[in-house]
Design a protein around this ligand. Structure first.
Ligand SMILES: Cc1cc2nc3c(=O)[nH]c(=O)nc-3n(C[C@H](O)[C@H](O)[C@H](O)COP(=O)(O)OP(=O)(O)OC[C@H]3O[C@@H](n4cnc5c(N)ncnc54)[C@H](O)[C@@H]3O)c2cc1C
Ligand SMILES: NC(=O)c1ccc[n+]([C@@H]2O[C@H](COP(=O)([O-])OP(=O)(O)OC[C@H]3O[C@@H](n4cnc5c(N)ncnc54)[C@H](OP(=O)(O)O)[C@@H]3O)[C@@H](O)[C@H]2O)c1
Length: 492
């Protein structure tokens, strides 16, 4: 293992020789010696962006040391708290992340919220470079009246609930209604629709939380409408996820052939993935199913449908005003062509009765530190290929760099690019030379603030506990939901 700088660089002398951070980073350019030493790099966030950035840095610099700071007690971001429980194969990336975390040159510090427990500036002082990979933790608000009514949830919170995100463990959505409306037509909307409609027996062997499974067993939701403000050509979901919906046991699709009139010709020029997606939608909406499929649909007790050209205008309250009773949708038409196609209201409205509204119109990043540039409109950290604009030594990757779209492989490519750019800067001497204390300085700060970081081996203990609790239930794991309980299990 490469020696860590701090072993031969006493804390007191580091404190004395420390230069004002941003200026020192610029001035250090001439010395070009970090390359031969151990570059201390820290990554904020342990989702795919954090882990793939770390992986790239460790692989392409034989001495680099990477510390990953994570606000949750547990690693892996949306791979644990976003990816649907019935998609276990997607979570195999955790094996690669685990290999990275077990490297001698990598350390994980969970239970550390950057911006609250430690500032980005403090990290910049302690490391040669800092990469912000903290994802998109908020949801995009609808900004319509009634959004705050009981029975209205963000898809983000609903997903967090069934996936065991501690902050959503008490969401307790009321599933006693007949109809649910999901606003937005992306893959998250389809995940949520599928989880609502899948026969609970089919979820029993997944890592869905027991609380969510119990609520879904009691659910009376029979119909789910997935509402888009634009048309079939503009849906944001992809073909694999649509196919899963069409084949979902015990359910039938409700697609209005009128929505697809004239599309046959228009999809001819579309790029291949969209063309195939549209062909599947068209076939499902307009072709008579075969005998077997017709029988399956006829016996289905649950249904899902796509509603197009409808934009959310108001959540309608029940007569007593206590909860949601429906949603008023503005009927829209399209203006513009190609990518620029926008939905504009026609002036007509439609009221859709429902007892549950799930808003799935996108996630949103938030600024975590006032000294880090942030573009509130785009919801990203302004950057050039991952270099944070005007802040030398600060980088970003993943959803906080690009915005909240893209699958894990997109995030991987993007994070590798940030890693590459960082190493390029390091090799060009654009990062501070001279040793940096890395985690030693940060651990001392955290200790003085009463913060107790969780290591990767701590996580492995929690992981073993989850797997063992899951085994008793015939599941791959039963997630721990309560941070206090997790800390107790770790002897804290
Ligand atoms: C519901 C859902 C399902 C999805 N399903 C799939 C799928 O099936 N297949 C697929 O390929 N892609 C899927 N995706 C997309 C995929 O999850 C993203 O591409 C990827 O997770 C983005 O990675 P990230 O690291 O940028 O963000 P995240 O995964 O969100 O990771 C960010 C990490 O930063 C941490 N963090 C946040 N703030 C701080 C802070 N202040 N201090 C320290 N740490 C912090 C968070 O806790 C989190 O661990 C899904 C996305 C969603 C929302
Ligand atoms: N299985 C998987 O691979 C999987 C699963 C889940 C998520 N993901 C990925 O994760 C990323 C995020 O998914 P997502 O579904 O959250 O986002 P998304 O793909 O961007 O979809 C958002 C949807 O919300 C709509 N919308 C946005 N603002 C709206 C508004 N104000 N009013 C009405 N509708 C609005 C969008 O319509 P417009 O197009 O009109 O804006 C779009 O239909 C995507 O890249 C997705 O592919 C992948």
């Amino acid at each position: 293992m490469a020696p860590r700088c701090w072993r031969w660089w006493p804390w007191s002398s580091w404190t004395r020789t420390r230069l004002p951070p941003s200026r020192s980073i610029q001035n250090f350019g001439q010395h070009f010696s970090t390359q031969e030493q151990t570059p201390q790099i820290c990554v904020v966030g342990s989702g795919p962006a954090g882990f793939y950035t770390a992986q790239h840095l460790l692989k392409h610099h034989s001495r680099a040391h990477v510390d990953i700071y994570e606000k949750q007690l547990v690693p892996f971001g949306l791979v644990r708290f976003g990816v649907a429980p019935d998609h276990p194969e997607v979570k195999n990336v955790i094996n690669t992340f685990t290999q990275t975390a077990r490297s001698d040159r990598c350390a994980f510090y969970g239970n550390v919220e950057v911006g609250r427990d430690v500032t980005v500036q403090e990290l910049r002082d302690a490391y040669h470079a800092v990469v912000l990979s903290y994802g998109a933790e908020d949801h995009q608000a609808l900004d319509i009246p009634g959004e705050e009514l009981p029975g209205v949830f963000s898809a983000r919170a609903f997903v967090g609930w069934y996936n065991g995100l501690p902050e959503n463990r008490e969401l307790a959505p009321d599933l006693s209604c007949d109809t649910a409306v999901i606003l937005g037509q992306g893959n998250v909307a389809l995940d949520v629709a599928r989880i609502l409609l899948t026969p609970p027996d089919h979820l029993e062997k997944t890592d869905i939380t027991e609380a969510a499974l119990g609520a879904l067993r009691q659910s009376r939701v029979k119909t789910v409408w997935i509402v888009g403000r634009r048309g079939p050509l503009q849906v944001a979901f992809t073909i694999k996820e649509l196919r899963e919906m069409i084949q979902l046991p015990g359910t039938r699709p409700m697609l209005d052939p009128v929505d697809f009139l004239g599309l046959q010709d228009r999809i001819k020029e579309a790029a291949r993935p969209r063309k195939r997606l549209m062909e599947l939608l068209l076939r499902t909406a307009t072709e008579k199913p075969g005998v077997e499929e017709a029988a399956r649909r006829a016996s289905a007790s649950r249904a899902w449908g796509l509603r197009f050209f409808r934009s959310p205008q108001q959540v309608l309250p029940s007569p007593d005003g206590w909860r949601v009773a429906g949603i008023r949708l503005a009927v829209t038409r399209l203006e513009g062509i190609g990518e620029a196609t926008r939905a504009v209201p026609t002036g007509d409205v439609e009221d859709l009765p429902c007892g549950l509204v799930l808003s799935s119109v996108g996630y949103k990043s938030r600024p975590i530190d006032p000294r880090v540039p942030f573009d509130p409109k785009l919801g990203v950290i302004p950057n050039m290929e991952g270099r944070v604009v005007d802040v030398p030594g600060l980088y970003c990757s993943g959803w906080v760099k690009r915005g909240p779209t893209g699958v894990i492989t997109t995030t991987m490519t993007d994070s590798f690019l940030t890693g590459q750019i960082l190493l390029q800067d390091l090799r060009a001497g654009h990062l501070p030379s001279g040793p940096r204390p890395g985690s030693v300085a940060i651990k001392a700060l955290l200790d003085s603030r009463g913060v107790w970081p969780v290591s990767f081996s701590d996580w492995e203990k929690l992981d073993a506990e989850e797997v063992s609790r899951g085994q008793a239930l015939g599941k791959p794991r039963e997630k721990l939901l309560d941070p206090q309980e997790m800390l107790q299990l770790l002897g804290h």
